[in-house]
Design a protein around this ligand. Sequence first.
Ligand code: 5GP
Ligand code: ZN
Length: 123
Amino acid sequence: MENCLFCKIAEKKIPSSIVYEDEDLLAFKDINPAAPVHLLVIPKKHFATLSDCSANEAPLLGKMLALAPRLAEEAGCGVGYDADGSPTGGYKTLINSGPNGGQEVYHLHLHVIGGPHPWRGQR
Ligand code: 5GP
Ligand code: ZN
């Protein structure tokens, strides 16, 4: 897709801080992080929004979502459990869709936002 920022990032025509890559997906650091950990997971194939995906994309969407806990763990904000079994750590996963959904870049992306910081309530 011409003139798509995240297609250009996926094609390495624009540099980014890549944290994960496979044949379908790329994950990189958000340029304007809302928290100590702020990653974006994108499909290499262009979909403008989540609403441009069909049921055919369920495996790809599932792969994106399943990657989030792995990346969070590697970034130090995974969910853990303390001695009494209470959950610790954690992160937020978010897909903004369309103008009313707050989407700014029209290439589907999943935000992974977390870290030891009082970021709750933001975004
Ligand atoms: P949206 O509001 O569309 O869900 O989120 C777009 C995100 O992309 C924002 O958090 C913004 O900081 C990030 N972003 C915009 N341009 C760039 C860029 O050139 N590089 C990177 N790494 N992130 C970007
Ligand atoms: Zn694109």
